[in-house]
Design a protein around this ligand. Structure first.
Ligand SMILES: Nc1ncnc2c1ncn2[C@@H]1O[C@H](COP(=O)(O)OP(=O)(O)O)[C@@H](O)[C@H]1O
Ligand SMILES: [Mg+2]
Length: 280
């Protein structure tokens, strides 16, 4: 019996949980057709942490919104455990850059919200929300309202609330972008610790190369419009990881390698925005 379980786990580790298969998305705008994502394919293993990095406007959010089911109309296929993703589903959780806490609910009521919506009885959902707040380091702040907390703490509430319904797949679109450097490092440590503990398949969009190297198993570099995969960099740094390893030589090598590829794409983005500003 235990052998069977071990076997099942091995199989689950090697099978992709999430398959992005030849996905293309164009938008038709007043200025014509924009291909935001162009023929992207990627297999993501269960429990894998992937970061997506690329210049602004290269299609990162569009790709993530398709995976999360927020955009249902696209070419190609996105499969979660072999089934097509179209529309939102409870096995996928999303965290966004902008503030998304409910200001009229306390920290604990925010985190308990999805559990309440799922019909969990009060005592159980409060206990569960308490555990989650503890996980993100907010014990003692249960009864505070978002307005009484810092931006970093509010973002941790949003993360805890997404974790409350135990999504198998966690999608995060620049969740730390509005935070200061120290908070960002500490929260990154926290997120990777939780992700490893829950073995969540995770996709993170970030502009921060160090953050991508710190957290990820693989970093996906996207090209400037149309958004294609330029390169996938395997980050074979040992785990558990913490922001303390950022000083190591191997870490610096990964950062330099990613910047080398990203630089070219970022310059194209910059040239285009300068041209647009000049035309105004
Ligand atoms: N709903 C939309 N309608 C029209 N164009 C869009 C829409 N969403 C995104 N785009 C365009 O698609 C491109 C990619 O956008 P996005 O995925 O938000 O990029 P990123 O997240 O990498 O900054 C951009 O040129 C953007 O203007
Ligand atoms: Mg975006």
């Amino acid at each position: 019996m235990s052998d069977m379980t071990a076997l099942d786990n091995t199989a689950a580790d090697t099978l992709p949980t999430l398959r992005i298969d030849r996905v293309t998305k164009s938008f038709h705008t007043a200025k014509g057709k924009i291909t935001a994502v162009d023929d992207v394919s990627l297999d993501i293993r269960q429990g894998e942490f992937i970061s997506i990095i690329g210049p602004s406007g290269c299609g990162k959010s569009t790709l993530m919104n398709m995976v999360g089911g927020l955009i249902a109309d696209f070419d190609g296929q996105i499969l979660l455990d072999g089934k097509a993703v179209r529309g939102c589903q409870p096995s996928i959780g999303m965290v966004f850059q902008e503030e998304s806490t409910f200001p009229w609910r306390t920290a604990i009521e925010n985190v308990a919200f999805p559990l309440e919506a799922a019909g969990m009885e009060r005592d159980r959902r409060v206990a569960r929300a308490r555990e989650l707040l503890d996980l993100v380091g907010l014990t003692g702040f249960e009864n505070h309202y978002p307005s009484e907390l810092s931006g970093g703490m509010r973002q941790r509430i949003a993360i805890a609330r997404t974790l409350a319904f135990e999504p198998k797949v966690l999608l995060m679109d620049e969740p730390f972008a509005a935070l200061d450097e120290q908070t960002r490092l500490l929260l990154g440590d926290k997120v990777v610790q939780i992700q490893q503990q829950l073995r969540q398949t995770t996709l993170l969009i970030t502009h921060n190369i160090s953050e991508a190297v710190h957290l990820s198993d693989r970093v996906l570099i996207m090209t400037f419009r149309p958004g294609r995969i330029k390169r996938v960099v395997e980050i074979n740094l040992p785990r558990p990881r913490s922001s303390e390893m950022m000083g190591s030589e191997k870490f610096a090598k990964f950062v330099a390698e990613i910047w080398h590829d990203l630089r070219e794409e970022a310059s194209k983005g910059l040239r285009e925005s300068e041209a647009a500003a000049a035309a105004r």
